[in-house]
Design a protein. Structure first.
Length: 286
């Protein structure tokens, strides 16, 4: 007999993996920490191997957990899409521009959007990347209709939001402890900079700016070259980077979905928004 995975178990696993903390995941899911831990142990029993390991700042995925995560996300995505398809009548057609902040390009989102276009061949999607200001301008001009981004400012009210942890990342062989922490940062304007500086100063850790760049790929290249330490979302870490546990914890980044005004009730956009929301796990949203 095959193994049946309860979507509630998969959702608990995904939230714990994304937050890097059992306590934060339990809070996001509205459960107690012991109850969530029990669900995760049950899933590990089904899989037959540990999916998490303890760290000084919370939990991290084991090698088995890293391998299992994309499958869990895919199952949950298909379950949500199946329900959405059952609720919709008629054929989806049209064009939609979707904006993704760079940090989300390395997640499963682009792949799932490609799957969506295969299921709905009369839908054309355009993906663009950029910061919050770029997304707002693209929404206002009609270049895009949906945007997942940060740095939302007061100019736009997101339809829903979620929080993503920031972690310290460096090249595996970087010796960053012998002097001020060498920082790899996004250029101004960037709201993360203040968060980084405040965390280091509260911990009494001296720092210096080693590199500044305007793109995520630029920051990743600088870290890979050993220029310094960056504060990144976990999906943005590359294979040759490690997560550092001995620097002060950083505040989470708030992200949100924006939708172009005047598009309410359009079936294709409703379907895409529902897909995006399900992919980011409904229980994390607030």
């Amino acid at each position: 007999m095959g193994i049946d995975f309860d979507t509630a178990l998969l959702r608990s696993f995904i939230v714990a993996a994304r937050t890097g903390s059992i306590s934060r995941a339990a809070q996001a899911l509205g459960r107690t920490q012991p109850a969530l831990s029990q669900k995760l142990r049950r899933l590990e029993d089904l899989v037959g191997r540990p999916l998490f390991e303890r760290t000084s700042s919370g939990v991290a995925l084991t090698q088995a957990g890293e391998a299992f995560l994309p499958y869990a996300e895919r199952v949950l995505s298909l379950a949500g899409e199946a329900l959405a398809d059952m609720d919709r009548a008629g054929k989806l057609t049209g064009r939609c521009g979707i904006g993704l902040m760079e940090d989300l390009v390395s997640t499963s989102l682009p792949q799932e959007l490609t799957v969506f276009t295969h299921r709905h061949p009369d839908v054309t999607l355009e993906l663009i990347t950029g910061g919050g200001a770029t997304m707002l301008e693209a929404l206002e001009t009609g270049r895009i209709q949906l945007a997942l981004c940060g740095n939302l400012q007061a100019r736009a009210t997101p339809r829903w939001t979620w929080r993503q942890p920031l972690v310290w990342a460096a090249r595996r062989d970087l010796d960053w402890k012998t002097g001020p922490v060498p920082l790899v940062l996004f250029s101004q304007p960037c709201t993360r900079r203040a968060t980084i500086f405040e965390a280091l100063e509260r911990a009494g850790r001296p720092w210096r700016i080693a590199f500044e760049g305007t793109s995520l790929s630029g920051l990743q290249a600088a870290v890979q070259a050993g220029l310094g330490v960056a504060a990144l979302m976990r999906p943005s870490l590359t294979a040759d980077m490690i997560e550092l546990d001995d620097l002060p914890q950083l505040a989470d980044v708030e992200l949100g979905l924006l939708r172009r005004a005047g598009t309410e009730g359009e079936p294709m956009l409703d379907a895409l928004e529902g897909l995006l929301r399900n992919l980011i796990v409904p229980d994390v949203l607030h």
